[in-house]
Design a protein around this ligand. Structure first.
Ligand SMILES: Cc1ncc(COP(=O)(O)O)c(C=O)c1O
Ligand SMILES: N[C@@H](CCCC[NH3+])C(=O)O
Length: 385
C-alpha cells in the first residue's frame, strides 16, 4: 500500500507519527454519502473516533453532521464550522456546563440517557427561556456480537434509558414545558461486523417508535447510531460495504413519510485512512522470544493494550524480504500490556527499520495520552511532503 516514495519520506521524519491518507478518506466519505443518499438517510460523524482538524475538515466539507459526546466535542464541532442544526450531543454524563454550552449554541438535539438528565435539561433550558430538542436514547437490549468492552446496548450497559422506564420517561416529557421530543436514539456497540445484528436492532426501533406514537408522541427522528466495523485484517481493502449496511435499514425499518433516519458513524469512515508510523529502537533476541521495541507505544495507540485489538503490523524497510522470524512487537512504556502484537511473522528486523501499524484512523490519535510524560503525537498527510 505504501509506495517507495512514501517510505523514503517516512525514513526522513522523526517518529512516531500518524500518517493520514486524505484521498482514501474522501473516497470513503463519498461512498458512504452516495449509499445513504439513495434512501435519504442522514449521517452524523461520530467525532470521538478522530477529531484531527484535517480529518474533520473533510467530513464537514462533505456535508455530514457531527455526533458529539462531550462539551469539548460540541465546541470543536461548532468552532470547526459544522452547522448548529447538524450537531447532536449524546453521553451518559453531560454536566450542567456542557448542557448550557449546547443550549447557547442551539444544537439540533440532545440524545438523553437518563430520566434525571431529562429533568436537568428542562430546568436549564427554562432558565434560558429556551426549548431544548431531545431524543430519547433507549437501551434496546440487543447483542452487538462484538468485543465485550465496546458493546453498549445490553441491559448491563450504562448507556441509554431502559425499556421499563419508558412510561416514566413519557410522563416527564409530557410535563416538561421546555423540552421538545423529536425522536428516539439507539447505539448498540462498535466494530460490528455481523450485519444481522442490525436487523434485530430495527425490530426494536420499530417497536419503540410505535410505542411512543401510540402514546401520542410524534417520532420525527429514528437515530440508529453507528458501529459499522472495518476489516482490520485487510487494511488495503479499505472501504466498508456501506451499500449492504444501509440496505438493511431500508429493508427492516418501518419509516413513515414524515420520519428521518439518522446514523452516527465513526470508525467506518475514518478507520482505514491512517497508519501509525514508528521506528525500531531495539531488537532483543531471547531464548524463547524475540522482541522488537518500537518508539511508539500504548500512549500513541491504546487499542491493543485496552481491548487486545488486532492491527496489521508491517516492516516497511524490509517489504521485499520474506517473513521468516516471529517477534513480539512492543513499545517503550512501563506496562506489560504495552504490546502491539505477539508472535508476528516478519522479515528479519533491525534497529531503525520503519514500521507501519495499519488501520489506526479511528480511536488512535484521539486516545493518545501523555502517560510516562510522552510527547504530543505528530501527524502528517501526503500533502505535507
Ligand atoms: C453514541 C455513539 N454513537 C456513535 C458511535 C460511533 O461508533 P463507531 O465508531 O463504532 O461507528 C459511538 C461509539 O461507539 C457512540 O457511543
Ligand atoms: N474506542 C473504541 C470503541 C469505543 C467506541 C465509543 N463508544 C475502539 O477503539 O474500538
Amino acid at each position: 500500500m505504501f509506495s517507495d516514495k512514501d517510505i523514503a519520506h517516512f525514513s526522513n521524519l522523526e517518529t512516531p507519527f500518524y500518517y493520514y491518507d486524505l484521498e482514501l478518506l474522501q473516497n470513503t466519505i463519498k461512498t458512504c454519502t452516495n449509499a445513504a443518499n439513495k434512501y435519504e438517510f442522514h449521517v452524523h460523524y461520530a467525532m470521538k473516533a478522530n477529531f484531527n482538524d484535517k480529518v474533520i475538515n473533510e467530513i464537514r466539507q462533505a456535508g455530514l453532521g457531527a455526533d458529539c459526546v462531550s462539551g469539548g466535542e460540541v465546541r470543536k464541532a461548532i468552532e470547526s464550522g459544522f452547522e448548529n442544526h447538524k450537531v447532536v450531543f449524546a453521553g451518559v454524563g453531560k454536566s450542567d456546563k456542557e448542557i448550557n454550552y449546547a443550549l447557547d449554541h442551539n444544537i439540533f438535539c440532545f440524545n438523553v440517557e437518563s430520566l434525571q438528565e431529562l429533568e436537568v435539561i428542562n430546568e436549564l433550558a427554562a432558565q434560558k427561556q429556551k426549548t431544548a430538542k431531545v431524543a430519547i436514547r433507549i437501551n434496546p437490549n440487543v447483542d452487538a456480537h462484538t468485543h465485550a468492552n465496546i458493546t453498549t446496548g445490553l441491559d448491563e450497559n450504562k448507556f441509554g434509558i431502559n425499556s421499563w422506564d419508558m412510561l416514566a420517561c413519557a410522563e416527564i416529557l409530557r410535563k416538561s414545558a421546555n423540552l421538545e421530543f423529536i425522536g428516539i436514539h439507539f447505539h448498540i456497540g462498535s466494530q460490528i461486523t455481523n450485519l444481522d445484528v442490525y436487523k434485530n436492532l430495527c425490530v426494536r426501533v420499530n417497536e419503540f417508535a410505535s410505542w411512543f406514537e401510540d402514546k401520542g408522541f410524534k417520532v420525527g427522528v429514528l437515530n440508529v447510531g453507528g458501529g459499522l466495523g472495518i476489516d482490520y485484517h485487510k487494511p488495503d481493502q479499505q472501504i466498508p460495504d456501506f451499500e449492504a449496511y444501509f440496505k438493511i435499514f431500508n429493508d427492516f425499518l418501518d419509516v413513515k413519510p414524515y420520519q428521518e433516519v439518522h446514523f452516527e458513524l465513526g470508525r467506518a469512515l475514518v478507520g482505514q485512512c491512517a497508519s501509525l508510523i514508528s521506528r525500531v529502537l531495539y531488537v532483543k533476541n531471547g531464548k524463547k522470544k524475540n522482541f522488537v521495541v518500537l518508539d511508539a507505544g500504548m500512549t500513541e495507540l491504546m487499542r491493543p493494550a485496552l481491548y487486545q485489538a488486532y492491527h496489521q503490523i508491517e516492516n516497511l524497510s524490509k517489504k521485499q524480504e520474506p517473513a521468516t522470524v516471529k517477534y513480539d512487537i512492543v513499545g517503550p512504556i512501563c506496562e506489560s500490556t504495552d504490546c502491539f502484537g505477539k508472535e508476528v511473522l516478519l522479515p528479519e528486523t533491525h534497529r531503525n527499520d520503519v514500521f507501519a501499524i495499519r488501520s489506526t484512523g479511528a480511536y488512535g490519535e484521539v486516545m493518545a495520552s501523555h502517560y510516562n510524560l510522552r510527547e504530543d503525537i505528530r501527524s502528517y498527510t501526503a500533502q505535507d511532503f
